[in-house]
Structures are given as structure tokens and as C-alpha cells.
Design a binder for this molecule. Structure first.
Ligand code: HEC
Length: 158
């Protein structure tokens, strides 16, 4: 009985350590999720400083339902995987990971930012949170232009 209780407590503690209340969990296994689209942002684009490079978007199953419905359920997660995009000799290749942007829907935890939690993991490192408490100004302010699509810019395609 003691052992049971101890392992239940350990499980609880581990779950909380992974995503403390109000924190966006690192998206484990996102490279196995559905690829939504990719885009290259080069010099001269207004967002080059922040988002220059090549990014790929990935959606989990709940987010795929959201793309289809135009409204995303709690549990939906979308990843913005941004890599350097060195070019030359007519080719653009993938370089080092710059940041892993994440949106995770949890309307209870994130009521102030459209029900979405926003986080960035610098270099893709789960321990390097670069957004923290600044989600409203650093991320959500720009995503509000998409309020008609539940704050999501990208659209599904075949
Ligand atoms: C200046 C505007 C702007 C800011 C600031 C911004 N984003 Fe975005 N975000 C976009 C655009 C535009 C797209 C669509 C990109 C595409 O279609 O490939 C996007 C897409 C995304 C997506 C994929 C889902 C979607 O909306 O299509 C995620 C996840 C994301 N951003 C996370 C973040 C995070 C985390 C931050 C804060 C660090 C942030 N964004 C800040 C403009 C912005």
C-alpha cells in the first residue's frame, strides 16, 4: 500500500514537473505528427529578424480536428519548427534549429491569450524557455489578427 501511494505521488510529481500549471509542455514526439506546411523567410521580409530561416509546422491529432473545424479543442498542439536556411549554388538547405515555437490549447490555463499557451524553446532545448510570461505581447498580439480562425494563421492543405 505504501509502495502504491509512493508511486502514485511520483507519477503526480513527474506530471507536474513536465508541465507546471500555466506552462506549455515541450511537444514530445512532434516530428511524428502531421506536417501542415513549410515556409522560407528570407532577408527583406519584415519578419526576417525574428523568424528568418525555414520553418515547418506540425499538428497533433486534436489540432487536425481544429484545422478541419476552424475551432481548436483543448489538447490541440501546433509546432513551429524554425531552422537556419543557408543557401548557395541554387539550393536552400536546413541548418541548425533556431527555435521551436509551440501553441497548446488549454482554455482553463490560458484564458488571457485566446485559450492558447505560447512558448518558444531556444535551439529546440526543452530546458530553454524563451517566452515565459511574455506570451501576450511576444506572440498573442500578432496572432489576434486571426481571431476568426481561433488565432491560427495556417490553413490545412492536401
Ligand atoms: C509578427 C507576427 C507574429 C508573431 C509576433 C508570432 N507569430 Fe506565430 N505565426 C505568425 C504567422 C504569420 C504564422 C503562419 C506561418 C506559416 O503560414 O507558415 C505563425 C504561425 C505560428 C504557429 C503555427 C500555427 C499557426 O498559427 O499557423 C505557431 C505554433 C506559432 N506561430 C507560435 C508562435 C509563438 C510561440 C510566438 C511567440 C514567440 C509567435 N508565434 C509569434 C505570426 C506571428
Amino acid at each position: 500500500m505504501k509502495l502504491l501511494l509512493a508511486s502514485a505521488l511520483t507519477a503526480l510529481f513527474t506530471a507536474q514537473a513536465c508541465a507546471a500549471d500555466g506552462e506549455v509542455a515541450y511537444p514530445d514526439g512532434y516530428r511524428d505528427w502531421r506536417h501542415v506546411k513549410s515556409m522560407v523567410i528570407g532577408e527583406g521580409h519584415p519578419l526576417f529578424d525574428a523568424f528568418g530561416g525555414i520553418h515547418h509546422l506540425y499538428a497533433n491529432d486534436a489540432a487536425l480536428e481544429g484545422y478541419a473545424a476552424g475551432q481548436f479543442p483543448d489538447g490541440a498542439a501546433i509546432v513551429f519548427d524554425l531552422l537556419e536556411a543557408p543557401g548557395g549554388d541554387g539550393a536552400i538547405t536546413e541548418g541548425a534549429r533556431k527555435v521551436l515555437g509551440v501553441m497548446r490549447k488549454d482554455s482553463r490555463l490560458f484564458p488571457g491569450t485566446g485559450g492558447w499557451g505560447f512558448e518558444g524553446f531556444g535551439g529546440g532545448d526543452p530546458g530553454n524557455r524563451v517566452v515565459g510570461d511574455n506570451a501576450a505581447s511576444a506572440c498573442f498580439a500578432c496572432h489576434t489578427s486571426q481571431s476568426d480562425h481561433d488565432y491560427v494563421f495556417s490553413r490545412p492543405r492536401d
